[in-house]
Write a protein that binds this ligand. Structure first.
Ligand code: ADP
Length: 274
């Protein structure tokens, strides 16, 4: 399922004195099966953009297209709901949305709400507990008795239980320690590779963007200002700087080495000439 945004604009509180324009003429294409990292400074419009991709916001201008479904300012609620069956979204600190008595019930809640039979929903819950590397006995535990990292996995399982074909991740590792971060990022990488899950990651980590994504979208003051493969986007350090973005450490290191050795080699060449 491809996603395309055509001249998308969005204003919060449109028509009120508090109107705030958050997106301007955003054009972007996200191909089925790709892994896109959305980067940009705080307030650049990343979250607003994400909310358009699963129908939680409707554009005030332009068109958002997910597969065959087109969303404009005119789109009605029913169509917006149908998008949510295909697009799962993991919000920041998703564990804050856990609420059921047991982990199993929490993971089953979404599918049951969408009419999946109880037995199938239960099977999905148990398969996800395994897939996410949670101990089997968590199924009957209260989600609130788990560790922070485990709670986050349960919340992620709740999103995957919808069997989305597109997965949106808004800073999914915020607040985790380095080991927890790596485990979660590797999990999404595996899902992307093995299930061919279209993945869209909003991140402040240039490292994660460079390591996992095959496509980068740069947002700046509500506009999509750069798009392309990581090697292309991270090659233009000066342009990224104007958007207040740095380079991944690995790329910066390589550039430093090149600069250093480039100079040394030139000096060697000079000495040889003399
Ligand atoms: P990011 O995710 O890149 O930090 P956001 O999409 O959250 O950016 O915000 C984009 C702009 O929209 C910012 O100027 C922000 O202040 C504004 N904004 C975000 N949410 C709201 C809201 N609910 N009401 C009004 N303005 C908002």
């Amino acid at each position: 399922m491809d996603i395309s945004l055509q001249q998308v604009g969005y204003s919060y509180a449109k028509g009120t004195p508090f109107e705030k324009k958050a997106l301007y003429e955003v054009n972007a294409t996200i191909k089925s099966g790709s892994y896109t990292a959305v980067i940009g400074h705080t307030g650049s419009g990343k979250s607003t953009l994400l909310l358009h991709l699963n129908g939680l916001l409707k554009p005030t201008e332009g068109v958002v297209q997910v597969g065959d479904i087109k969303i404009t300012s005119e789109t009605k609620g029913k169509e917006l709901k149908s998008i949510r069956q295909h697009v799962g979204i993991v919000f920041q600190f998703p564990e804050h949305q856990l609420f059921e008595e047991t982990v199993e019930k929490d993971i089953m809640f979404g599918p049951l709400n969408f009419g999946v039979p109880v037995e199938e929903a239960r099977e999905r819950a148990h398969a996800l507990i395994k897939l996410l590397g949670l101990p089997e006995d968590v199924a009957e535990k209260s989600p609130f008795d788990l560790s922070g990292g485990q709670m986050r996995r349960v919340a992620i399982a709740g999103v995957l239980a919808f069997k989305p074909s597109i997965l949106i991740l808004d800073e999914p590792t915020a607040g985790l320690d380095p080991r927890g971060r790596k485990e979660i990022m590797e999990l999404f990488h595996r899902l992307h590779e093995e299930e061919n899950l279209t993945t869209i990651l909003v991140t402040h980590s240039m490292e994660d963007a460079a390591k996992y994504a095959d496509q980068i979208l740069v947002m700046h003051e509500g506009r999509s200002v750069m798009a392309g493969p990581p090697q292309e986007v991270f090659a233009d350090a000066d342009k990224l700087k104007t958007y207040r973005l740095g380079l991944p450490r690995s790329v910066a290191f390589q550039r430093d080495i090149e600069k250093l050795f480039g100079k040394e080699l030139n000096m060697l060449a000079l000495t040889e000439e003399q």
